[in-house]
Design a protein. Sequence first.
Length: 266
Amino acid sequence: MNSNQNNRVAWLRGPAAKCSEPATEVARPWRLVLLGAPGVGKGTQAALLARHSGACHLSTGDVFREATSHNLREQTLAMSAALNFMSKGSLVPDAIVWQLVRERADCLHCAGGFLLDGFPRTLAQAGALRHLLQSQGIELDAVVSYELPNSELVSRLSGRRTCANCKAVFHLTARAPHFAGVCDSCGGVLYQREDDQPEAIAVRLEAYERSTAPLIEFYRNAGLLVSVSASGEPEQICIRTLAALELRRLNRTARPEMIGAETFAP
Ligand code: AMP
């Protein structure tokens, strides 16, 4: 377990803000993209992987939610437009997302590595990221694709409740809080994210199929894809992911010609 956790402020609020403490250098940092449909548990996995590996959790969705919670909606027209798309469950236009990521490109040099969560989400974003990484001399280690049947995705999303204060995530049945509507960690009020409402869930799943699923093929062709089953307990899935990544690293070191797609199921 790695205690190398900063508060991600440079990512969440933009380059004018500085993280509370710089990340400690890690001998072999992970530089990963996490893919998966809404509800698959990418955010939870990113947080666990960050704790285990010291890599910084870079979520574009968190940047938008941070803007909402700090009432930055009015700050720029682009952010205001982005939050409107987000509340309906639609993808934010590439140009807005790309500007946000480009402004935060220093985070890709984080000494602990990085876990991109929720970005890229379209082929255009994936192409732009590839150019950015190339131009900065950064190599991705792998792209983890979390897999789960659609019926389970819907049940995970519709039962999800988030703490308004500390952002801890609960589930009405799978991870129920001790007192209904109250966060176990900080006593904050639990609420249902606007984009976890039934109409928005349908829009998000459709957007994933149309725009993001093609990235699986894109990264498989690039020899970066590692598929991991997302069923089971979060810690179990995290261990499965780390095992898959370590094995890939071993294979690449021992047999560099064997760079291809791998699949890990329980
Ligand atoms: P997430 O927390 O990753 O599920 O993101 C929440 C919402 O933010 C998504 O449903 C989109 O509306 C928006 N969003 C986050 N990242 C992106 C992205 N890379 N491209 C387009 N929209 C995004």
